[in-house]
Design a protein around this ligand. Structure first.
Ligand code: NIG
Ligand code: FE
Length: 410
């Protein structure tokens, strides 16, 4: 079935992937077969050593495609109103991201547009942005709030994230990012806003089942280390894992703080210090690299890849899709940029969008690897070798995507 006809079907009507998959090659290029049962990978092995009874199963021919785990996009701000092409033009004229933010643009301008949008309108615009990611093999995605900055609007964003999961058959992890920016009505009262985040917004949204993790933008144009810690304490009191937008524009010491709270991940980290690396290594915190934001902001401070590698910090790679600093809808392009700009190796980039990305979302037990018992989320690629996934850009060499046990795309 071609892509358009497949995606025109509601997810629940797309064909089951249950059965025996042959004609596949693993990431090492070796022939591989899989069986899928009830939406899980039931067996994997060599095609000449199929399990008993495999011959009677429905048959799916991979046509010689390379198979990888479904991709995981572990840091996105996918749900928002409007767009910010005007700021792109301002930056082209010489303004910096910080100058745009201080001039009333930036995150706060998307907050205005998000507050004005209805839940249905946000669902429609986010669905349209989700589609190319799904078509490219993304099977699990993180979606942050943080453009509402008031209880009803943060709720609206997180409800849309949950609706996207149900409607499109994709695993969504929601992250509450109420502490993304100071809303204009709290200008000069940042402590009061953090009180609201910790005492009202987070507990209410958690009680509604809308929060899988909690994030803060710890930066001189956003929230201080002390304010960040207050949000982490509130998260911890509710048993929620934390993550952090850390050391993107300056070294605030956020990563070490996040590591003390057992953070799932620290993200951006261009200005991460050796002490921050050591703290993350000790805590098992994932470093999420966001080359799309680095590229858009024409950043020149590279994240400390060699230090992270030496310390054994797992590195993930994500789109950071957002309307300000990374209006990017291709995780494959981020693999390319992680290699070209940050000098990751291809296996590192591959792990960065699968196993380590799953870990950054607390999904290690179910996602990110093609092993028995995991969700039947995998991608068949029309490529000769795995390196092509990072090598091409502006290309989508997908043959088909199996998501949640269904042939979802292609
Ligand atoms: O991840 N760093 C903060 N948040 C976003 C940018 C959000 C925006 O500019 O709208 C990021 O880059
Ligand atoms: Fe972000």
């Amino acid at each position: 079935m071609n892509d358009d006809r497949m995606t025109a079907l509601p997810f629940s009507q797309r064909p089951s992937a249950d059965g025996l998959w042959t004609g596949l090659r693993g990431i090492d290029g070796q022939p591989l077969a899989l069986t899928v049962a009830d939406g899980r990978i039931a067996w994997r092995g060599a095609p000449d050593a199929l399990p008993a009874g495999a011959g009677a199963l429905p048959r799916h021919d991979g046509g010689g495609a390379l198979v990888t785990p479904g991709l995981v996009d572990c840091h996105t701000h996918l749900v928002y109103g409007g767009q910010r092409a005007n700021e792109f033009a301002m930056r082209l004229a010489g303004a910096s991201y910080e100058e745009v933010a201080r001039a009333g643009g930036g995150i706060v301008s998307t907050v205005r547009a998000t507050r004005e949008a209805s839940e249905d309108a946000l669902f429609e615009s986010a669905s349209a942005r989700l589609a190319p990611l799904l078509a490219e093999g993304v099977c699990a995605i993180e979606i942050k709030s943080g453009y509402g900055l008031a209880l009803e609007h943060e709720r609206k964003q997180l409800r849309v994230a949950r609706r996207l999961a149900a409607a499109h058959g994709v695993t969504v992890r929601t992250t509450f990012l109420g502490a993304h920016a100071l809303p204009p009505e709290y200008a000069g009262r940042s402590g009061d806003y953090i009180d609201l985040v910790c005492r009202e917004m987070l507990p209410a949204l958690h009680a509604e089942g809308l929060v899988d993790a909690v994030d803060v933008f710890c930066e001189r144009i956003a929230f201080s280390l002390e304010e960040t810690e207050r949000v982490f304490q509130a998260a911890q009191a509710l048993g929620l894992p934390v993550k952090l937008h850390a050391e993107q524009l300056s070294d605030m010491g956020g990563a070490a703080l996040a590591a003390r709270y057992g953070a799932l991940s620290c993200d951006h980290i261009e200005h991460l210090s050796p002490a921050g690396i050591a703290a993350m290594a000790q805590a098992g915190t994932v470093a999420v690299l966001l080359p799309g934001a680095y590229y858009t902001l024409r950043d020149t401070q590279l994240p400390p890849i060699a230090g992270l590698r030496t310390a054994g910090v797992p590195m993930a790679v994500s789109t950071d899709h957002n309307p300000g600093t990374s209006p990017c809808l291709s995780l494959l392009l981020m693999m390319n940029m992680a290699c070209t700009l940050f000098r990751l190796t291809v296996p590192e980039a591959m792990a960065g969008v699968t196993t380590h990305a799953a870990r950054a979302l607390g999904l290690s037990a179910t996602h990110g690897e093609l092993v028995v018992g995991r969700a039947a989320d995998f991608v068949l690629w029309n490529v000769q070798e795995a390196a092509e996934l990072a090598y091409w850009f502006g290309q989508r060499p997908v043959r088909c995507v199996v998501r949640q046990g269904r042939i979802a795309e292609g």
